[in-house]
Design a protein. Structure first.
Length: 173
């Protein structure tokens, strides 16, 4: 038990006067009147404004912009020019016109033409996928008849379901 609890237990049932915090005692608190005093003067009644629903008008004309002070442009004071002592006159020499360079050649003409390969090896069976009828593709997946146990239609449905589930999972994120 701490000291505060000990004091509380010892002083149970005793109504001791609370020690004053200040040297002077405060006057007794004023009692609240049971009936409110009546206000003097006229009673003010608030008048509600008439309903203006649907009476709004669009403002026409340009809105005037507030005039802003334009900053003064600084005035440049040039130093006085001294009179030249000696003026030399020399003939003006112009260079002959040089022929302009021909326009740059297009780089697209030099680009290599893409050719599709004739032989694409299957990673499962090693056959040429391009020329065989045993290989088909669906949604970037390759069906190899030699290694798959299911028929193509069942395999295709399975791939489609898998892709649909991926789309649903992506939407939920």
């Amino acid at each position: 038990m701490d000291k505060a609890q000990e004091q509380q237990v010892l002083l149970q049932g005793l109504n001791m006067p609370k020690p004053s915090m200040t040297g002077n005692t405060l006057p007794e608190a004023r009692q609240k009147p049971t009936v409110l005093p009546s206000p003097s003067g006229q009673k003010f009644e608030f008048q509600s404004s008439p309903c203006t629903a649907g009476l709004a008008r669009k403002r026409t004309g340009l809105k005037r912009k507030a005039e802003t002070e334009r900053p003064l442009t600084p005035v440049f004071i040039l130093p006085a020019m001294k009179n030249p002592i000696c003026i030399q006159q020399a003939p003006i020499i112009t260079l002959p016109d040089q022929p302009s360079l021909p326009p740059a050649k297009d780089t697209k003409k030099n680009a290599r033409k893409y050719t599709t390969p004739d032989f694409v090896k299957c990673s499962r069976c090693g056959e040429n996928r391009k020329q065989s009828t045993t290989h088909q593709s669906y949604m970037f997946h390759i069906y190899c008849k030699a290694t798959e146990t299911k028929p193509f239609e069942d395999w295709r449905k399975e791939i489609k379901e898998m892709k649909d589930q991926e789309k649903k999972a992506k939407k939920q994120k």
